[in-house]
Design a protein around this ligand. Sequence first.
Ligand code: RAM
Length: 878
Amino acid sequence: MGWQVTDGKVEYMTNPLGLDEKSPRFFWRIRSDERNAVQSAYRILVASTAEALGRDEADMWDSGKVASDRTTHVVYEGKPLQSEGRSYWKVRSWNGEGAASDWSEAYFWTMGLLARSEWKGAWIGRRAEPNVELQPSPYVRKEFEVKGTIRRATAYATALGLYELHVNGRRIGDRFAPGFTDYDKRVQTQAYDLTPWLTEGANAVGAVLGDGWYSGTVGFLGNHLYGERPFFLLQLNIEYADGLRESVVTDAGWRAAKGPIVYSDMIKGETFDARLELTGWDRPGYDDGGWERPDVRAGYNGLLTATIEPPIRVAETMKPISIRRTEQGTYIYDMGQNMVGWTELRVRGARGTKVTLSHAEMLNPDGSLYLDNLRVAVQQDHYILKGEGEERYEPSFTFHGFRYVELIGFPGEPDLETIVGKVVHSDTPKTGSLRTSDAMVNQLISNISWGQRGNFLSVPTDCPQRDERLGWTGDAQIFARTASYNMDVSRFFAKYMLDMIDCQQPSGAFTDVAPDAGWIRHKMWNTRLNWFAPDNAGWGDAGVVIPWTLYLMYGDTRILATHYEAMVRWVDYLRTNSAELIRPDYANYGDWLSIEADTPNEVLATAYFAYSAKLLSRIAGAIGRKEDEEKYACLHGDIADAFRREFVSEDGRIRGGTQTVYVLALQFELLTEELRKLAIRHLADDIASRGDRLSTGFLGVGYLLPALTDGGRLDVAYDLLTQEEFPSWMYSIKHGATTIWERWDGWTEHNGFQTPSMNSFNHYSLGSVGEWMYRYMAGIEADPAAPGFRRAIIQPRPGGRLSSVDASFDSLHGTYESSWTLEPDGAFKLRVRIPANASATVRVPGSRIVADGQAAEEGVASFELGSGTYLFESRLDG
Ligand code: RAM
């Protein structure tokens, strides 16, 4: 039908539970097949019961009919929201002709426990076993009576460590809750609706606890970064039909025991002894006579924040593609894809038999697992059989990065059904799709997306396999734009910004990893001369780049306002710590992992300083801080002057002469028009002199193809994209890569494997070329003047060996599409789709343009369009 409201969301989520945002924002979408569909007004009703909402009785808030085209981030302005309050809402929308839609379906959200004093429970765990390096996972449980009909039962839970919630024999919730934060500062809490799972009479609630990031091994600084062992906090609030309320909370009256999980460490794997299973422990009537009293922790000084990050889930199950028996009698599986998660095992055998699953990303030349790059990470899970028919096993609190699995000690003859791979990551729904006529480019697209799936696990990690897996800020910022095309990372990065803020130094410096992973305890940030400095160029700048990216892609101004002061402190810190606006050359990672091209630190750091100032100016503008907008724009101009004075010679050569210095100077607007032209020439010359090959590292690579394209060298950009000789993206693909490698030379024909001390095969940073593919190749670009894809700029750039591209991006307003084909004779066709209540500037390449069957006027190549589907034709042969 003509005009409909769909996809109602609150704070980017469908019917969320347990929010602590007191002014939540509403989102919806318009469905309409009509062209130029524009909303002229909306009205939102919020009620405290579904029945009231059904009668249009908005006892919480009636927005009234608001003349506006806004469908995102509409702020709730009704009655103050109370702890545990449940609100029902619906929205209706008017089209351009003033015709109203039906009311949307009814949605809801609930608030969590808003005051700390409302948390009544104690933190409980289990005393550590003496002299045991890796501790068994504690089980805690409690039985309670439900004395009548329940209207609603909600559990609020969290852990210092990890927890799996169990209720009446059922596992509830997601994986790796409550997620990774700097536990000294905050922990996220989760809310669960348990109404369907409780029954009148006896009930049982419990949890299995894992060390996780709190007390297990994190990164390369060992374990116990925040505490010695995990603790659990739960409050189950029951509301009876007669209005009576009751709470079940964690306290000294619970019971604790160890169970079958002998240990489970994120980095060191798991051992599960099925003979120790506590069958029925999470059901009422279980005899816990042998269990201990729990260990009760004195308290916790950090913040309890309602969870912001999306839950971590098993997203996909993968079947192995082959199995091979080794000479040692073990079996090596190939999953066909470098993936992150774990394997589930199916086995039958004698009690006490131990089966080991060992995980690796690559194989050695002799066919054995390549384990050297894991450093101290032991990606092995051991399962000890109980011997009772078919047994199934998957680990609880560990994950691995792997393509190959070695099965050791398996009783009998395994086959392709013996194991399956579970792909695990933060549940950030897919929003982008890209397909081209070129199989290798498609493989690159797939590798980029798998890199994201492998590394977006609570925080954006650098890699998922070795003893690192940290939230490196530089990696995150360079990939953030690509990530936000691929998947909905609105809340994922909003949470990560809190991690960055929690780590921000008193000086204003943003750190190079977030959350803190022992850096503070180990005094890693103590001195500026330290390798792990708190202000590395391109790393700390994530504190500005990420909010800006969220603004562009989602139109979120609150993220800008919330972190504005922190961003100002960062830019002011940079200014204070530069000499006449030139940043010093200490402690930088530089253009990390560039290949035979060392970018001078001071050039790179000064360029990034300018970039942060420029973005801050735009951010100030976006939230109406006019003076600051001006101030930081001037600062950017001054840094650019200093940059040219210090590093750029008259012939346009920039100190260092690397591709990266040119690319950054171009993209960060540090050059005059004249110097720009020269810089592009020097950039292209350097690429040509290397045999049409790139040399950029983490920081240069993201801007390389954009700089070339903006500089009129689309041809060179395509050459680099499809270059197959080393170093290039396609080189790894030619050699079977299914993810993005950490280094261009992770493995080469001439040298074999790079040094095992740093050789991940699943690092997304070099995959930041995904951004160029969406923004330039397909040409789906955010318009900063109407952020969040309220308006887009569709400007595809056909070229290279591609004859077609099919792309779509599911924005908050709906799905944009840009698909083009190019015939050998130069006939170009473009199909564009613009969602309802959105618009786009479409720029069509070539000449003799035909728009929707109508020849366009000579010289017209740009079209201002409202929603709808449009077809264009043109000639690219001159
Ligand atoms: C490596 C990490 C990361 C990078 C830093 C500088 O150890 O893997 O990718 O940001 O170093």
